[in-house]
Ligand binder design. Structure first.
Ligand code: SAH
Length: 274
């Protein structure tokens, strides 16, 4: 006979089970921590400019942000949510909302609106970096993002050169976006409370259309530099098998965390790939 606690852990949810008064049970493996504060939700939504006609919300859960978003009638809102129980909740409570049941990481972003769109969300923390890499890859159709991350991740992505937390995403994103740390949100604002603090950041596309170097190489150089971040660039970049003879000794004896975006662009120009 199975114990009651085992039964509770298994998902006994079936589509169509939900009553309007029911709430979604938080599932840890989906990174579900529901924001309880309506005030914080409003503040997050207010941080997104209303200029973009299309908005994609990632992981709406029970719609704490969505309810404010859909009041902005000048914007078309679409949400992607992986959890079928949350999707049913959203259908019940926000019948006119366009919800896609699926995984944001697999969503075809070019087909979504056929036009640029802003991104918003209290993101599932287990896939934050993957979300940001996807945004980077689709930077020309995503002019703005407002999102909640684990505080540590938020600090990392907005970090400036010279800081210990400055890393791959800080360089890649700040090459194309103006990055802003907006505010910190305490654990107690969520149900269930996560173990870490959270923070909201905003990214707005800058005016750089293209970098003054091969952009794929740029990404490789940044990644290689930070993969061994304690090493000097001379050592960290060896894995690229590029000719470094045009790069100055001053640069090669530095570490990746000391280089600005412009420095990485110059470095990429000077490395000769065979
Ligand atoms: N925005 C809600 C929920 C935050 S929790 C709130 O603030 O209360 C994160 C949400 O992301 C959950 O609803 C979870 O089901 C959803 N999610 C997790 N992984 C996802 C993925 N790969 N694609 C889309 N949604 C995802």
């Amino acid at each position: 006979m199975k114990s009651k606690s085992t039964d509770n852990k298994r998902s006994s949810y079936r589509r169509g089970d939900m009553a309007a008064s029911d709430k979604v049970r938080a599932k840890k493996f989906l990174g579900q921590h529901f924001l309880r504060s309506d005030e914080v939700a409003q503040r997050i939504v207010d941080s997104l400019s209303s200029e973009q006609p299309h908005v994609l919300e990632i992981g709406p859960g029970m719609g704490v942000l969505t309810q404010h978003l859909i009041q902005r009638t000048q914007q078309e809102v679409c949400a992607i949510e992986i959890d079928s129980e949350s999707v049913e909740y959203l259908h019940l409570h926000y019948p006119s909302l366009h919800v896609i049941e699926g995984d944001f990481l697999r969503l075809d972003l070019t087909e979504l609106f056929h036009a640029p769109f802003a991104v918003i969300g209290n993101f599932p923390y287990n896939i934050s970096s993957q979300i940001l890499f996807r945004v980077f890859d689709h930077r020309d159709c995503i002019p703005e993002l407002v999102g909640m991350f684990q505080k540590e991740v938020a600090e990392r992505v907005v970090a400036a050169p010279g800081s210990k937390t400055y890393g791959i995403l800080s360089v890649l994103l700040s090459a194309f976006y103006d990055m802003e740390y907006l505010f910190t949100v305490s654990e107690q604002m969520f149900d269930p409370p996560p173990k870490v603090k959270s923070a909201v950041i905003r990214m707005r596309r800058n005016t750089v259309a293209h970098l003054d170097c091969d952009e794929q190489r740029f990404v490789q150089v940044v990644k290689a530099g930070f993969n061994q971040r304690r090493k000097t660039l001379r050592n960290a970049l060896r894995q690229l098998n590029a000719d470094m003879s045009q790069v100055s000794d001053t640069v090669l004896s530095q570490r990746a965390e000391q280089l600005s975006v412009a420095d990485f662009v110059t470095l990429t120009q000077k490395l000769q790939f065979s």
